[in-house]
Design a protein. Structure first.
Ligand SMILES: [Zn+2]
Length: 221
């Protein structure tokens, strides 16, 4: 088991940490071993974000997600990364967020293994790089030289972006409004109904939020 996960939680002081017992673990059946830890962070010029991590003390299962605690409409955010400082554009990605890296054709979509995180563009590139390295090994074993070459090209492009030599357009869309890019150069617009319908919700189905008394005006269509 490799755990190359960086915390990426550098959003200032956690002003509220809560541990909630969730009972039995659905994965290993451990009795009362499942816990949720919730942190609320205040991101300057943005607002409050709650990070939650579910952990099983017995089997080590863990899963993280984030939720924006302000009432935000579903938007598409984009930023053109052109120089090194743009790499520090903040990324809040919930499980229902889709990230697109245009120039390298990489799309991070919601799925069963999707994790929510608060990081920055550099952190996202690092995640992508790790995934690409795994793909590369796999393709190498398969003897698919063409795929290996393609992966190498993308890896090189990522290095160039990190060095401020090549541009990268980073986009994030979330039909639930729980993901965002935060930074000076970030542009945003409301998602169209068509886009909302076509985006995956990841593990979420349309239900009330579990916690709190958020009043999301839900239009039943
Ligand atoms: Zn377990």
């Amino acid at each position: 088991m490799t755990e190359g996960e960086k915390p990426g939680v550098d959003v200032g002081e956690a002003d509220d940490i809560q541990v909630i017992s969730l009972g039995d673990c659905p994965i290993c059946g451990g009795k009362g071993t499942l816990k949720a830890m919730q942190y609320i962070h205040e991101i300057p010029y943005f607002g409050k974000v709650m990070e939650s991590t579910i952990i099983c003390e017995k089997c080590g299962y863990r899963n993280a997600d984030v939720m924006i605690l302000e009432d935000r409409p579903p938007k598409s955010y984009s930023v053109r990364v052109e120089e090194e400082k743009d790499l520090f554009t903040r990324v809040v990605r919930s499980k229902s967020g889709t990230i697109e890296l245009d120039e390298i054709g990489v799309k991070i979509e919601p799925g069963p293994a999707a994790e929510g995180f608060v990081s920055n563009v550099e952190g996202v590139l690092e995640r992508v790089r790790e995934t690409l390295l795994m793909t590369r090994n796999f393709k190498k074993q398969e003897g698919d030289e063409e795929a290996v070459k393609k992966v190498d090209e993308i890896l090189q492009y990522i290095e160039d972006v990190k060095g401020g030599k090549k541009p990268l357009t980073v986009k994030i869309m979330d039909p639930l409004g729980n993901s965002a890019l935060i930074g000076e150069k970030v542009k945003s617009r409301l998602l169209t109904q068509e886009e909302i319908d076509s985006l995956s919700l990841g593990p979420y189905v349309k239900v009330e939020p579990e916690e709190g008394s958020e009043e999301n005006p839900e239009s039943d269509s």
